[in-house]
Design a protein around this ligand. Structure first.
Ligand SMILES: Cc1cc2nc3c(=O)[nH]c(=O)nc-3n(C[C@H](O)[C@H](O)[C@H](O)COP(=O)(O)OP(=O)(O)OC[C@H]3O[C@@H](n4cnc5c(N)ncnc54)[C@H](O)[C@@H]3O)c2cc1C
Length: 399
């Protein structure tokens, strides 16, 4: 006999949703789970979209977080290619684009984010598999690409494209690259790196418009075969806002990832949550955050002890350079460099506030990244001179 209890419904079938299904199963959730996703694909990983998948070095099925059989085994129903249009909180149901009504016992919003659009008709964006297919079809040796925005997605795209023989120009309106995520030392390193690889970088270059294939910026113009915008992301919060849930940049959630409605949770890129490390609410766009919030929400839904919170971390791959970042550098009062960012491709920058390590940007430096993650979590006070001294091994940094 069919259960009379409404399912747990997840809106959005991305990285956070997939982890939630896995964590609910691990935590012993016995009810039915419905996963509603507007893309036609199984939940997939986005990071390779601007890296190996774009380069053609990774097959589509390797993007999927889990195979279809996993969801079946976990007792979840996939409703892919299906958009949720409205939440009826009073009636505890989600209204779908096909007109049907999906009742829920618990609802989890995992709607992610989308590219910030600029008024540039004809420009491409990079968020999903269809975007990559469209961009890749236009990248060929001898073609020209203008990337608008020197954030990590734009720069990863630039790195892949120039290796394919495409002429690449990056236009960044800020005075330096990846300004939102890293400090000036790291920005300078990336400007050098891309210059060495043949990418032309213009910072302080505000784009005025796009006419056909002509990009107008500053007082100059540039003709490109393809223009891709990487200007950051905006959270998909419209469903939550229309349902009367609090939104402050992202959907406001508490430490358990619960919204102001006790039966509605939100996880991943779409959320805004208080972080002890910075002492304020913020919205993180990272795989680590998506997975961690999914685990937290699953534990809360199942009445289990929440997992320990880890220091936020992120990575970017450009050419042969993997940068791993841990912690949040905002508010640092000292930056200590280990290694030489002006030559070679391996160094780390540690960020301290009042003598306490709060973040690291580790460029091809796995040990610095791994150890710093622990030290940041411990709120360790480390002698800056030792951090910068290559003769002191990272494992001995506590002493
Ligand atoms: C090109 C690219 C490269 C990246 N590289 C890195 C990296 O190197 N490292 C890193 O840590 N992070 C990286 N990220 C970020 C990371 O991928 C995201 O933080 C992560 O995917 C967030 O997961 P999510 O489940 O919250 O959102 P998503 O993965 O975006 O999933 C949300 C899903 O919900 C769907 N949806 C939205 N609204 C509705 C609705 N109303 N009805 C049905 N479905 C809906 C969306 O279409 C989407 O499929 C990258 C992102 C991109 C785009």
């Amino acid at each position: 006999m069919a259960s009379m209890i409404s399912p747990l419904v997840i809106i959005g079938a991305g990285q956070a949703a997939s982890q939630l299904v896995a964590s609910l199963a691990q935590d012993g959730f016995a009810g039915e789970v419905c996963l509603v996703g507007d893309e036609p694909h199984l939940p997939y990983q986005r990071p390779p979209l601007s890296k190996k998948f774009l380069a053609g070095e990774l097959a589509l099925d390797r993007l999927y977080v889990k195979p279809a059989a996993f969801y079946e085994k976990a007792g979840s129903r996939l409703m892919l290619g299906q958009r949720a249009e409205r939440i009826d909180r009073a009636g505890r149901a989600v209204l779908l684009a096909d007109g049907s009504r999906l009742p829920y016992s618990t609802l989890v919003l995992a709607t992610g984010s989308r590219p910030r659009e600029l008024p540039l008709p004809g420009a491409f964006y990079l968020r999903n598999i269809a975007d990559v297919d469209a961009i890749r079809a236009r990248l060929a040796p001898g073609k020209s690409l203008v990337v608008i925005g020197g954030g990590y997605i734009g720069l990863e795209l630039a790195a892949v494209a120039v290796k394919l023989g495409v002429g690449v120009t990056v236009l960044e309106q800020a005075p330096r690259l990846m300004a939102r995520g890293v400090g000036p030392i790291v920005s300078q390193f990336y400007a050098r790196l891309h210059g060495e690889e043949g990418v032309v970088i213009h910072t302080g270059a505000a784009v005025r418009g796009l006419e056909g294939k002509r990009v107008n910026y500053g007082h100059a113009q540039y003709d490109a075969d393809i223009v891709v915008v990487g200007a950051g992301a905006v959270p998909n919060v419209e469903l939550a806002r229309a349902a009367g849930l609090a939104v402050e940049d992202g959907i406001v959630v508490d430490a358990q990832c619960r919204t102001g409605d006790a039966s509605i949770y939100a996880i991943g890129d779409c959320t805004s949550q208080h972080h002890d490390l910075v002492g304020r609410r913020l919205r993180l766009e990272s795989v680590h955050n998506a997975l961690e919030q999914a685990r937290i929400a699953a534990a809360a839904i199942c009445g289990r002890k929440p997992p320990a919170i880890q220091v936020p971390w992120f990575w970017t791959d450009q050419y042969d350079v993997k940068m791993q970042m841990a912690g949040l550098s905002a508010g640092h009062d000292q930056a200590v460099v280990r290694g030489n960012p002006d030559t070679g491709r391996s160094f780390a920058v540690f960020y301290l506030r009042e003598g306490t390590l709060i973040a690291v940007d580790a460029v091809n430096r796995a040990p610095e990244f791994m150890m710093s993650k622990q030290l940041i979590a411990e709120r360790a006070r480390i002698d800056p001179a030792r951090l910068g001294d290559e003769s002191v091994a990272m494992k001995d940094m506590r002493n």
